[in-house]
Design a protein around this ligand. Structure first.
Ligand SMILES: [Zn+2]
Ligand SMILES: [Zn+2]
Length: 196
C-alpha cells in the first residue's frame, strides 16, 4: 500500500496513487516535486544494485528493472514531466539541479543505471569525448563469473586466488560476498541446505 503524503489515504499501487492525487488538484509531476522522497521510494522499488564497474571505486549501479528505451536507458511514466528518462528523474528526485539543455552522463557508462552518484551533467561534446576516452573497454562481470566467485567463496578460497581464477577485482569479490552486488546470481540449494 502507498500512502498519499497530502491526506494519508492509501492506494494499492502507484497508478492508484496517481489517480488519487488528482483529487487534490495536482498532477503527478507536481506531487513528486513537492514530495521527492516518494519518487525516491518508487525508484528504489524498481532497481537492482549491481557492481557493474569493477575497475572504478564508485559503488554499485542502480539498474532500472522496468521499461527501457532501445538504447537501454530506463523509462518511467510520470505524467507531466518533460522527460521520462529514469536517470534524469532520479537525479532531480535526489535534490540535484538539471536543466533541459544539459545531458546527464553516466560515469559508470551503464545506460540503465540511475544512481545519482554516477551521473554528471554535460554537453554532447563532453559525451563524445568521454566515450572516445573510455573506449567502452571497462570490465563487466558476467553472471557466470559471479556464480564462480560465489562457488569459490563457499569453498573458502582466499580473495587473491579467486581474483586470479575469475578476473574479478578484490573489491568486487568483497561486495559479492556481502551480497551488496549481483544479488540476482544465486546458486541452487544442495540437499543439506534449507531454502528460505
Ligand atoms: Zn490524498
Ligand atoms: Zn552506475
Amino acid at each position: 500500500m502507498i500512502a498519499c503524503h497530502v491526506c494519508g489515504r492509501e492506494s494499492p499501487d502507484w497508478r492508484g496513487l496517481h489517480k488519487h492525487i488528482r483529487a487534490h488538484g495536482m498532477r503527478a509531476s507536481e506531487y513528486y516535486t513537492k514530495f521527492p522522497m516518494q519518487l525516491r521510494t518508487r525508484i528504489f522499488e524498481s532497481v537492482r544494485y549491481e557492481l557493474v564497474r569493477d575497475d572504478l571505486d564508485i559503488g554499485p549501479c542502480w539498474v532500472w528493472t522496468g521499461l527501457q528505451s532501445p538504447q537501454g536507458y530506463g523509462r518511467m511514466r510520470v505524467a507531466g514531466f518533460d522527460t521520462c528518462a529514469v536517470h534524469r528523474i532520479s537525479y532531480r528526485a535526489h535534490g540535484f539541479q538539471l536543466t533541459d539543455e544539459f545531458l546527464l552522463l553516466h560515469t559508470c557508462d551503464h545506460p540503465p543505471c540511475c544512481n545519482p552518484a554516477h551521473l554528471t551533467p554535460g554537453t554532447s561534446a563532453d559525451n563524445n569525448y568521454d566515450r572516445a576516452k573510455k573506449n567502452r573497454s571497462h570490465r563487466i562481470l558476467t553472471d557466470k563469473q559471479v556464480f564462480r566467485v560465489r562457488e569459490l567463496l563457499s569453498r573458502g578460497w582466499p580473495f587473491e586466488r579467486i581474483r586470479d581464477d575469475t578476473g574479478a577485482a578484490l573489491g568486487s569479490i568483497a561486495q559479492i560476498r556481502d551480497w551488496r552486488s549481483h544479488m540476482h546470481v544465486t546458486r541452487p540449494c544442495t540437499e543439506n541446505e534449507i531454502p528460505f
